[in-house]
Structures are given as C-alpha cells and as structure tokens.
Design a protein around this ligand. Structure first.
Ligand SMILES: C[C@@](CO)(OP(=O)(O)O)[C@H](O)COP(=O)(O)OP(=O)(O)OC[C@H]1O[C@@H](n2ccc(N)nc2=O)[C@H](O)[C@@H]1O
Ligand SMILES: Nc1ncnc2c1ncn2[C@@H]1O[C@H](COP(=O)(O)OP(=O)(O)O)[C@@H](O)[C@H]1O
Length: 286
C-alpha cells in the first residue's frame, strides 16, 4: 500500500490591481503572491476509487471539492484508471482570500502524479490547474514570492521572501470571490505601478516607502460591506504594524511587522476572537 502526506500552504496578496474585464467575464489583474505558514495537510493512499474525507464537516467532500475535482481532471486527462483515498486536515479558513482550496487542488495534482507514477508535461498540468482556479498554478509551480498577471496564471518567480513577520487574521466571516469581482469599484483607466520593481525594492532594500503602492482593489467594497473586517484592519493598524491589507478578495486581513514582539502581541490579542496565523520573516514553502 502506498501512503504519504503533504502540506498545502496558503498565500496572501501584496497589492491586487484589477486591470480589465475579459469577454468571458473573468478579470485580469496584477498581484504579488507571498506564501504564509498556514497550511492544510493532505494524505493520499492508493485505492480503486477516488474518495475523500475531511476534518472540517462544513466543507463538502463531493464532486464540488477541489481535491476531488483535481483528481478527476487528472484521471480524465491521462486515462489513468487508478484511484486514491484522500484525507484533508483542513486548517486554512475558506472564503478568506487565502487560496486554501486552490492550494489543496495543486497539492492533489502534484501528489497524484507521484502516486499514479505518471509523467505529465508541466504545460499540460498548468492548463489543468487553470481550469480548477486562477490561483492554482501559483501553488503548483512557485515556492516563494511571485508576480502574477493575466487572471493570476501568468507567473514569474521573483526569488524573494518577505523580510517581515506576517500576522494573518480570519475575521470569522466569508467573502465569496464571485461577489467581490461583481461589486468592486472599477478603476481600469488608472496607471498601474510596476509591482515587480517595487517588491524587489521592498524585499532587497527594505524600502518601506513603496508600501503605499500595494493597493488591493477589493478593499473598499469589502470594508464597506463587512464591518468586522474593517474592525480587524483598524485593530491591526493600531498595533505597530508597518502595513495592513486585505488578502485577495477577503475576508482575511494581514499585517507586516519589523519587530517580532509586536507581531506576537498583536497575534495574541486577535486570537481571543478570531483564528490567527503568524508567519516568520523569510518564509518559503518547502
Ligand atoms: C481574488 C483572488 C486573488 O488571488 O484570490 P482569492 O481571494 O479568491 O483567494 C483570485 O483572483 C481568485 O481566483 P480563483 O480562485 O480562480 O477564483 P474562483 O473562486 O475560482 O472564481 C470565482 C468567480 O470569481 C470571478 N473571477 C475569478 C478570477 C478572476 N481573475 N476574475 C474573475 O472575475 C469569476 O466570476 C469566477 O467564477
Ligand atoms: N478543498 C477545499 N478547501 C477549501 N475550499 C474549497 C475546497 N474545495 C472546494 N472549496 C470551495 O471553494 C471556496 C473557496 O475556497 P478557498 O480557495 O479556500 O478560499 P478563497 O477563494 O477565499 O481563497 C470555498 O468557499 C469552498 O466552497
């Protein structure tokens, strides 16, 4: 019997600028993805059929689950008839803008190539990943800070890590991604700053003067409609952070700290009401 487990880390978005709406309704964007040390664990055991169980009973384990969708897509694409029994230890909150489901899907694609002993060209795996979600290629192909364009699938590895401690708070409310894309305040005509150059300055030179350019286009509509998310942002902003932002389409809010003691203090204060993660400076996915 073959059996192994893998970690599926979450991400935050440092800046998220929505640049246009495509004819198919999807939006193009520019963003910087950074991994955080908040992760699900996935266990894979060979089996005749595809099945899964999950520690979080609120998450369906039927054909809507991204792990099952990834396994079935890979099976259909390759013609493999083997199955897998999956167990998902779910820790990353969902509806949070942390990409936990996308990370699970990417981990499943990678793990099943190994379990089923198939060699799928990376261009084909990339296409399967995009069909599962625009964020899935990031988790499939990158380990650290990356620039993304297109709908999030055109990636460039920047070979950087954030030199600050990151505290991420889930305000215990979910923001549906589709709602956020429908309701954000459009600014398609605005000039877009060069996020790649700015994030290099930020990480290599620790030039925090550029942080103001890392706007998130979902922030205003989410803060307007979800008072508790605003409350978390305000509490983090008052806790000695260098920078506070919504991640992706929310609801999670993260803060960057120079001083570890400030980060620990803020994380402890927020954990009285919310689920919180602290990621050390320099973190990369394994
Ligand atoms: C906003 C971002 C930023 O990293 O992440 P999250 O906040 O969800 O983590 C991504 O663009 C989330 O992309 P993805 O993970 O594919 O979103 P999905 O939940 O699959 O998409 C839900 C719906 O959002 C809209 N959508 C999604 C991606 C995109 N580039 N343009 C869109 O307009 C589409 O209507 C889609 O049907
Ligand atoms: N394995 C999974 N983990 C998390 N969410 C999943 C999974 N499979 C399907 N979903 C669905 O995808 C939605 C978005 O999940 P996720 O990617 O974690 O959050 P977000 O898009 O906010 O970053 C969830 O609300 C859930 O309904």
């Amino acid at each position: 019997m073959k059996h192994f487990s893998v970690k599926a880390c979450a991400k935050i978005n440092l800046g998220l600028l929505i640049t246009s709406r495509r004819d198919d309704g999807y939006h193009t964007l520019e963003t910087i993805f950074a991994p955080i040390d908040w992760f699900d664990t996935l266990e894979f055991t060979d089996s005749d059929d595809i099945s899964m169980e999950c520690t979080n009973l609120d998450l369906p384990v039927d054909d809507s689950n991204l792990c099952i969708r990834a396994a079935k897509a890979l099976q259909a694409h390759t013609g493999v008839t083997k199955g897998v029994a999956m167990k998902l230890v779910k820790r990353v909150p969902f509806g949070a803008g942390l990409g936990g489901g996308s990370s699970d899907a990417a981990a499943t694609l990678n793990a099943l190539c190994k379990l089923w002993q198939i060699d799928v060209p990376s261009t084909e795996l990339h296409k399967l990943a995009v069909k599962l979600g625009a964020d899935v290629p990031y988790f499939l192909e990158m380990k650290g800070v990356a620039y993304a364009a297109g709908i999030g699938e055109e990636l460039e590895d920047l070979d950087l890590a954030l030199p600050w401690h990151v505290v991420t708070v889930f305000p215990e409310v979910q923001v549906p991604t589709a709602w956020a894309y429908k309701n954000f305040h459009r600014q398609f005509e605005r000039p877009v700053p060069d996020l790649k150059t700015l994030v290099r300055k930020l990480c290599n030179e620790r030039d925090t003067s550029v942080l103001g350019a890392f706007e998130n286009d979902f922030a205003s509509v989410v803060f307007e409609n979800y008072p508790v998310v605003r409350e978390v942002r305000d509490a983090l902003a008052a806790s000695g952070a260098l920078f506070v932002s919504l991640s992706g389409s929310g609801s999670a809010v993260y803060a960057l700290y120079e001083d570890r003691a400030d980060a620990v203090k803020a994380a402890e204060a927020m954990s009285a009401r919310f689920r919180v993660n602290m990621t050390p400076a320099g973190f990369r996915m394994e």
